[in-house]
Structures are given as C-alpha cells and as structure tokens.
Design a protein around this ligand. Structure first.
Ligand code: LU0
Ligand code: CA
Ligand code: CA
Ligand code: ZN
Length: 356
C-alpha cells in the first residue's frame, strides 16, 4: 500500500504506524500498473490462494539486492514431473512496464482458470510453467523515482565513468558483441557490458535455465521474452540477417516461422525474424535457442506507435493488451511437447535426428 505525504500524515494522526519503505510507485494516473512491491504482493496473494498448483520461488537477488521472483505453475507443483516446461519472462528493459502486467496476467490466467477452463486445466496438468515477472527490478523501480518516468532501459549496475546500466538483452553469451547489434560504449542505451553475463540479472536467469538441464536434456522447451513496444512476434536469430545459420536449419526455421505466424494471427502483431527489426547480438532468444534448444520468441507488445503512449501507455489498456496474448501464450505451451507438429514433421521430435 502506498500513500502521498499528505495521506501518510492523516493516517499517522489516526494512530496508525506509517512505515517508509524504499519502494517506488507509479504516477497516480497510472496506478493501475503494479510497482515492484505491488507485484510481489499480487504474486504472494496468488500463491496463497492456489497452493496446490502455484509456488512462488526466487531466482536470487538483483544487483541492488531486490528479490527476483520465480513462479512455478503445474499440478503436483512441489514435484519435478516429467512434463514439458515453458518459460515466460518479462521486463528485461526497465521502462517496459506493461510486460510485468503481462506476466501477472499469465499467473492469473493459469491459476484462476484451473479447474474451470478445459484448455487451461489441460496445460497446468501436463506442463510445468515457469514465469519470471521481473528481470530488471532495479531499473524498473529507478524508472519510477520522484513520481515521474525516466525513460530508463538498462539495469542499475555501475559500468565505469560514472555511468550505470547494462542492456540485459545484449548481455547473453551467444554471439556476444559479435555483429554491431550492441554497443561497447558505457553510456549507450544498448551497452552490452564488459563481458557476457556481466549483469547480475542475466546471471540469475542463466543459472536457473541451466539448472533445468537434467541428464543432459534441457527441460524447458519453449519460451516467450516479453518486451514493448511495436506489436511484433520475433524469432531467432537476431545476430544475422540469414534465415538459417549454424544451429538453425531449414526445418527449425520453418517451425519458428509457422509458430510465429500462428501467434500473429491470434494477437494481430506482425511476425518476422528478429533481425528484420534490426540486428541484435547477445539477446536472450539467440542464447536460449542456440545453446539450449529452447523454442524462444520475443513479443513486442502494445502499442505500435509512439502516439499511443510508446513505452508508457495508459493503465486503461492493460486488460485488453495483456489478454490479447492469451491465445498465443497458450498455443506455445500446447506445442511445447513437439513443435515440429506445426510443419507436419512430428517424427523429428522422437528420432535421433532431433537436433537436441
Ligand atoms: O532488445 C531490443 O532492442 C528489442 C528488440 C529485439 C528483441 C529485437 N526492442 S526493445 O528494446 O524496444 N524492447
Ligand atoms: Ca505437474
Ligand atoms: Ca520437469
Ligand atoms: Zn525491450
């Protein structure tokens, strides 16, 4: 709960204890968004209401020491079952606050829908769903300081020359800094960091993903990394304009494109290879695919133009713009047991010719 200084004084006069915490809040007009403390409270509430299917765990701490929540949703949630695992992560970029709302929407969708909606119930029973709602809590809170937005993108780690911040989505190790898709300049918005995984927060998610590699088999089969804005569905690779490249053969490319176009049909976004937007190196989806074989997509959410609010659309859009990705999010989870089904090549999933 938050209060303005005036409200805090009146509450104190009523005899209640007012505790000042270090948490930031959205400007009043945007109070429909969840700041860090409100996000944590929402997750705690959901975990308490659905203990059989939801666990609130932790990835560890961010650079400034904020807990990075990790949500698991599945039947028999305390057990690691042999079920395809799916990862949804949000908020690598601080100012992209709508993505936290997307993650909270997915938590609600899978928990409140369980036992009511057959599609949701089937997924919760047959999958292990991982949700990381806040990859950049330090940057996200910094972006709200002083009751106004700061247009902040990176994390808040000191990087030299008095500057702070590494672009988390340029800090992953696959083809790190290879191709002019990031910057070596500490003050740049796309500063990639002194080396791959220099950022505390990318280390946290990397270590979790690697921990899901069991007996040499990555358990996470598919992922969506949520960003804003542009209304795009993007698939690997980001580092090259070539549609096929080492680790990404013709069948995999066709599968990515078919899945991506299916998602775009449901949410009205534009589907394309990530590099069609612009070249990025050290992005999460290139790493997830190339090193772990995870079918990983970037979704760039609402809006599609700066005139609709850019990185700061009004809170009134949250409900529609998160629900807009319901079908795509569920469809990816449904295909997670064998993505090649979508190009009619299910045999690739069970044979030794399966790439990973
Ligand atoms: O990281 C980014 O630059 C993304 C786009 C890539 C995933 C291709 N755009 S954003 O920073 O505006 N979300
Ligand atoms: Ca289960
Ligand atoms: Ca498992
Ligand atoms: Zn982004």
């Amino acid at each position: 709960m938050t209060a303005t200084p005036g409200e805090a004084m009146r509450i104190a006069k009523l005899g209640y204890k007012v505790v000042r915490t270090e948490t930031e809040a959205f400007p009043a007009a945007d109070s429909g968004y969840h700041d860090y403390a409100e996000m944590q409270a929402e997750l705690d509430k959901a975990a308490k209401a659905h203990p059989k299917i939801m666990q609130k765990l932790s990835l560890g701490k961010s650079y400034e020491g904020r807990d990075m929540p990790l949500i698991k949703i599945s039947d028999n949630v305390a057990k690691d079952e042999n079920e395809p695992e799916i990862l949804y992560d949000a908020h690598q970029h601080a100012r992209e606050h709508l993505t936290v709302e997307m993650a909270l929407y997915l938590v609600k969708l899978f928990t409140d829908g369980y036992g009511k909606d057959a599609r949701i119930t089937n997924l919760v029973d047959s999958r292990e769903i991982w949700i990381v709602p806040d990859m950049n809590p330090d940057g996200g809170e910094y972006d709200l300081t002083g009751g106004k937005y700061h247009n902040w993108r990176k994390n808040r780690q000191p990087v030299g020359s008095g500057y702070k911040g590494v672009d988390l989505n340029r800090n992953w190790s696959y083809k790190f800094a290879c191709c002019d898709g990031s910057s070596p300049v500490v003050s740049s918005e796309t500063y990639h960091g002194p080396q791959a995984f220099s950022a505390t927060e990318t280390q946290r998610l990397r270590d979790f993903v690697l921990s899901r590699r069991i007996g040499g088999v990555q358990q996470i089969k598919a992922a969506i990394d949520f960003h804003t804005y542009s209304e795009l569905v993007l698939w690997p690779y980001g580092y090259t304009m070539n549609s096929t490249a080492p680790g990404l053969g013709a069948d995999a490319q066709k599968t990515f494109a078919a899945l991506g176009r299916t998602f775009a049909k449901s949410n009205g976004y534009t589907a394309e290879q990530s590099s069609s937007l612009y070249i990025t190196d050290g992005s999460i989806i290139d790493w997830l695919w190339a090193t772990q074989g995870v079918w990983a997509f970037t979704f760039e959410m609402y809006p599609n133009s700066p005139s609709k609010g850019g990185f700061y659309p009004p809170a009134s859009v949250i409900t529609a713009q998160t629900a807009r990705n319901k079908d795509a999010s569920l469809t990816l989870a449904e295909y997670a047991d064998c993505t090649y089904k979508i190009i009619g090549k299910a045999q690739l999933c069970s044979t030794a010719s399966s790439p990973r």
